[in-house]
Design a binder for this molecule. Structure first.
Ligand code: GLV
Length: 408
């Protein structure tokens, strides 16, 4: 049956992939509350479309860190893409280039930075995990820069790996024919079997838990690539990221795979946008499955969004063609949303084109308060009427009594 939306690829991927691989991509942390909320929160934001605007021409193009792209929909880093499809990151890179958008390559890719660069021209960012061994990091950053990557997305929410219970039950490890290709020559490309998640053990062994803001400065001292801080969801950290030289912020909860019960990214977005005060661009990933979601994020102040799971699921289903189709479907849906909202360019998308539940005190509840207020007044009136009737009755009885007395 024809695939007509991004979400449908998930069920196809589930059928096609070994359970261990599918579960790895699909899982969130612990109760997976944030995983569901990343989706659900979008459905609580509604539109305030404008009508009778000439929308015969719509321009979705934009500029990210100075790089012109065809639409504000980009590819988030997701690890181990060859576990989804033999062409893995190669297919994703080609699909992103064909769509005129940015691909972010994961540190834990199953293809190296050089291999991805060899697929042809394209604007690419590199997602970085900071290893305990800083020589490893410095080498990798240098290689990414040489391979033409334009920016680093520094993941800051993973001092330890979140508890993904499916991976623990499955004793998740990378299939033996795959390696973390960027680390092959550094003796860090293999993930050992563990008696829980092999990836969680790998992270515990290699990733630097001491990472702090000073390291963001250190990173700037070893590269001229711009740095996006990925994993910010509060105003406090937004201000710190800017103070420490971030060129942009990615509002992310790591696809709900790290700390459970953090808010959805779309709920956290506006706080970050306000704290950024336009000093750096703010992006979002997490739960985007529709063009309407893209529009909502932009209306809340995002400069663009990234998609993660839709890429691996479509890759599993149809390889490069699947990823191309996902990008095309989101593009078409986003264009339609713009047309139906009366927006011809990204700068015409405003906060007034949507309403959120935190706008409620200004609008919806006011009506409710009035309603309640009106009822209270009516009740009071009735009470008064009842009281005055009772008083009248008493007065009447008193008069009768007095009259009777005087007759006697
Ligand atoms: C990789 O970044 C993961 O969260 O599994």
């Amino acid at each position: 049956m024809e695939v007509t939306n991004v979400t449908e690829y998930q069920a196809i991927a589930k059928e096609k992939l070994p359970k261990m691989a599918y579960d790895y991509y699909a899982s969130g942390a612990e109760d997976q509350w944030t995983l569901a909320e990343n989706r659900n929160a979008f459905s609580r934001i509604l539109f305030r479309p404008r009508i009778l605007i000439d929308v015969s021409k719509i321009d979705m193009s934009t500029t990210v860190l100075g790089f012109k792209i065809s639409m504000p929909i980009m590819i988030a880093p997701t690890a181990f893409q060859k576990m989804a499809h033999p062409e893995g990151e190669y297919a994703t890179a080609r699909a992103a280039s064909a769509a005129g958008t940015i691909m972010t390559l994961s540190s834990w890719a199953t293809s190296s930075v050089e291999e991805v660069a060899s697929t042809g021209p394209g604007i690419r960012f590199f997602q970085l995990y900071v290893y305990k061994d800083r020589n490893v990091v410095a080498q990798l950053v240098r290689r990414a820069e040489r391979a033409g990557f334009k920016a680093i997305a520094l993941t800051v929410d993973t001092p330890r790996l979140g508890r993904r219970e499916a991976d623990i039950k499955n004793r998740f490890v990378l299939p033996p024919f795959l390696t973390l290709k960027n680390f092959d020559g550094l003796d860090l490309g293999k993930m050992d079997q563990a008696n829980d998640s092999g990836l969680a053990s790998y992270v515990a062994g290699q990733i630097d838990r001491t990472l702090s803001w000073k390291d963001v400065k250190w990173l700037q001292s070893i590269t001229s690539m711009l740095i996006l801080v990925k994993g910010v969801i509060t105003a406090e950290d937004t201000r710190l990221a800017i103070q420490n030289g971030a060129a942009g912020i990615i509002v992310s909860n790591h696809g709900a795979r790290q700390l459970d019960y953090v808010p959805s990214t779309i709920m956290a977005l506006e706080e970050v946008v306000k704290a950024a005060q336009g000093r750096v661009p703010v992006f979002l990933d997490g739960g985007v499955r529709r063009g309407t979601d893209v529009f909502k994020a932009l209306a809340l102040g995002a400069s663009g969004i990234f998609i993660g799971r839709p890429v691996v699921f479509s890759l599993a289903a149809e390889g490069e063609a699947g990823v191309k189709k996902v990008l095309q479907m989101l593009r078409d849906e986003f264009e339609l949303t713009m047309a139906l909202s009366g927006c011809r360019s990204l700068k015409e998308i405003t906060r007034d084109h949507i309403m959120t539940e935190w706008d409620a005190p200004r609008t919806l509840p006011a009506a409710r308060i009035n309603e309640e207020g009106r009822k209270a007044l009516t009740d009071l009136d009735e009470e008064k009427r009842f009281r005055s009737e009772a008083v009248e009755e008493l007065e009447r009885k008193e008069e009768e009594f007095v009259a009777n007395e005087s007759e006697l």
